[in-house]
Each structure stands twice: as structure tokens, then as C-alpha cells.
Design a protein around this ligand. Sequence first.
Ligand code: NAD
Length: 496
Amino acid sequence: MQSIGHWIDGKSVSGTSETTAPVTNPATGAVTGELALANVADTRAAIDAATLAFATWRDTSLTRRTQVLFRFRELLNERKEELAAVITAEHGKVAADALGEVTRGLEVVEFACGIPHLLKGGFTENASTDVDIQSVRQPLGPVAIIAPFNFPAMVPMWFFPLAIGSGNTVVLKPSEKDPSAALWLARLFQEAGLPDGVFNVVQGDKVAVDELLDNPGIKAVSFVGSTPIAKYVFQRGTAAGKRVQALGGAKNHMVVLPDADLDLAADAAVNAGFGSAGERCMAISVVVAVGGVADELVGKIAERAASIVTGEGSSGADMGPLITRAHRDRVAEYIDAGENAGAEVVLDGRALTVEGAPDGFWLGPTILDGVRPTMSVYTDEIFGPVLSVVRVGTYEEAVALINANRYGNGTAIFTNDGGAARRFHHEVEVGMVGVNVPIPVPMAYYSFGGWKNSLFGDSHAHGTDGVHFFTRTKAITTRWLDPSHGGLELGFPQNN
Ligand code: NAD
């Protein structure tokens, strides 16, 4: 069993706290690591290192900063399989899925390599006679990133390449459940030439998070996790005067109209519902079958889902385990509750076992038909391999259902009717919309973020929103004085 600690000022450190948490391989149930949970002093050590490094990093030329990002991109691309294996060992997701996560994070690094262009300000000559105005974007200082368990590499990469490229320094607090990917990334960044203290990793729980939220040394917080914690982080961080973007949970609906190709829709529902065992914030958890398509559609989805092989992530399986035993049992309880409330269990993953791995946190693909909006399996984010099918009569009912939901992260419509698709993406109250695309995660140069209880704050992740979040603008008005500008005039300056 390995000891897992922090990364502060370019060094591996174990910290001063006595508190630890076990890290588990979810496919075997075995404890593989003992994680140091930071106390306030450990968290402050990371903030101090970031504060010290900011003084020089903010003035490091854009050319130099970009060179480090390019080198980091190259190293990460060369060694992405290694990182994917680190993710699988602690998260459990299958190798191809872990590699997909790294690739989507890499796209943000590539976007950040264009930071000189993204940071360009404006210049207006002769705004008033002989007066020029320019605007510049400057970094904020040390910023914090607080990440969830489900994307231990991609979610931090949504933020830190742009934060660091913009001249900020970072303290990243990963999830306690899969802390090693962050350390791997920090070491790689150092190898790419990043100066010590620019990127720090502090392992911990609420103690570390609260210090990051309260400490005046941290100027902005990017959080991703469940809705109650996102709301808490937003409220506490903004009360301390910080910029906060807090991305929360989700309940993503996929609408299937009667004219859709049902084979393609069934493929999409299965891939988006059961990929990563449903532990994705953009997973499809509700299929909304419109008109008379439900019977045929559910049959096709069930046939495909039944062929999914669940197993250890590096074994070639399609789907891995859930993150913890407690979470696995919680998901099973939601299925029980749906069944007891009258939903039909079309495919039941509750009794699934995996040969040779009796202690893994297994739950097979599950489909519930006839789900109604009052059932807990519909109202709550389940975060497991459970697809609920809600049957509605019309397109209008489908949109009303989605718009009444408290979450608004992602949604999709499957149809061959361009007019219906256009109307859908105009009317639906959700931040990311797919037309015949079930997981519409935007590319790095667009921004990622939901509406309603899926995001607190007004900036989405990456894209220009990301650059704006990590910088503040300054407007500079310039006049080079000559004798014609003399004389007293106490009125408010006016342009001429
Ligand atoms: P979580 O909210 O339990 O934890 C997220 C982070 O908050 C972790 O770093 C954790 O240590 C910290 N934390 C937990 N409890 C805390 C507390 N009481 N006070 C302070 N900090 C606390 O989330 P999770 O289970 O790790 O991740 C799954 C959730 O994240 C799901 O709800 C999922 O939808 C959401 N998520 C959302 C997005 C998005 O883009 N909107 C992306 C990925 C995951």
C-alpha cells in the first residue's frame, strides 16, 4: 500500500496532518493507498507556495509561458496511456474511457497554447484629441481548483492550463477517491519546465476546501462536483470576496421523436447512459420517448444494454465498477425505490457478479420503463448505470418536462426533422444541447457549463469564458502632455 501526499512548491510532501483516508481500487475492493488529508497548515503551505511563485510567473513572458504549455502538451500526448492507467486503477473506468478523458483534457491544453492570442487586449487611437485608450487582461493571483472523482484528469485540465497560461498560479484539490492523477500531472508539468510553486496539489476534504474558500490569498475558485456542495462553495467563496464558478450535478434527458432512426437512437442511449457506468455529469439518465416509439425503442435499448460486458477496467470490458461500495448500494436502492413506485425493471443489474472479482463494486446496466416525474429515480441525480424511460405523448410535453427539471446541464434530441431540432435547441432551458449527439460536450474553444442548479456563477469552463474567468481587465487612458493641454478645468472630463 502506498502513501499518497501533496505536491507543494515542486516537491512531494506528506504534510503535517495525522488524518488519512483509504484509496480503493473499485474493481477489487482492495485498499491500495493511504491518502494524507491536509490540515489548515498544509493547505496554507500550498497557498504560500502559489503566492510566492505568482510574483515571478505573472511577469514571465508570454513566449516562455507558451513554450512550457507546448512542452507539457507534447509530454502528455506521448504518455497519455500511462495517465489513463493511473485513472483506471483508482476510478475503475475502462482503459478506452480513461484515455478518452485524457484526450478531452489535452484539447484544453492545446487551446491554452494559443494564450498569447487569447490575452490580446484592445487599443483605440485618438479616442479624444491626442488621447489613446488600451485595455489589457491581467492574471488574478493564486487560484483554487476543486475537482470531483469522476474525471480526475479532465476536470482539472478544464481549468489549470488556462489559469496558468494566463499567468496565475494554482492550488488543485482533487477528490479523495482518486487523488493520483493530479500528482502525475503536476510532476509532468514540472518536467515540461513549469517553475516550482506555479502548480500545487493539496489532498484533502472539507478542511482543505474551507481554507481555500476563506483564505484571502486565493483569488478565484473553480469547483466541479455535486449540486449541494457547488452551492455551498459558491456562497462561501463569494462571501469571502472571490470570483467563483461552481459546476454542479445533472439529470440529462434524451428526447426521441417518432421520426428518429431508432437503431441510431438506441445505440446513442446505451453509449451515453452506460459509458463510465453512468458516472458522468453528461451521462444520459432519462430517455423521453415521444408518441408511439417507446415499445420499439425500449426493446432496442434493452437488447444492446444486455450485451454490455462489465469488468475490471484493463480487461477489455465495456463498463467498470462504481466508485465506492456505499455509492453502489445507494444506486441499487434507487432502483428498488423505482420498482416499488411502479416502474418496470426491463433490465436488472442489481445481482451482477464479475468472475474473479467478488469484492468489486459492481452494478450492471439497468433500464426502468414507465418512470414518472414524481419518482425519486427521476427527481434525483443517481450517477450510476441506470436509464429511466419516461413516455410522453407530444414534443411539447417533452420540452415542458425538461424545462421543469431543476438541473440544466446537457440534453439531446434525436430526430430527422430539422425544424423540430431547431425549435428544441431554441426552447430548451439547458446549457449544452445535442442534435443527434447524446453527450454534447463542447470543444475546448467553446465553453462548458450548464444552467439552473448545474452551475452557480456566471462563467462556464474553458473557451473564452475560461480566459475571462482567470483574468481581469484594466483600461488605460493615455495623453502625452504638451503646452496646449494647460489650464485649470474642474468639470468632469469630456471628450472632444
Ligand atoms: P462531491 O460534491 O462529493 O465532491 C466534489 C469535491 O468537493 C471533492 O473534491 C470533495 O472533496 C469536495 N467536498 C465534498 N464534500 C464537501 C464538503 N462538505 N465541503 C467542502 N468540500 C466538499 O462530488 P463527487 O461525488 O466527487 O462528483 C460527482 C458529482 O460531480 C456529480 O454530482 C456530478 O454530476 C458532478 N459533476 C459535474 C460536472 C459538471 O460539469 N457540471 C462534471 C463532473 C462531475
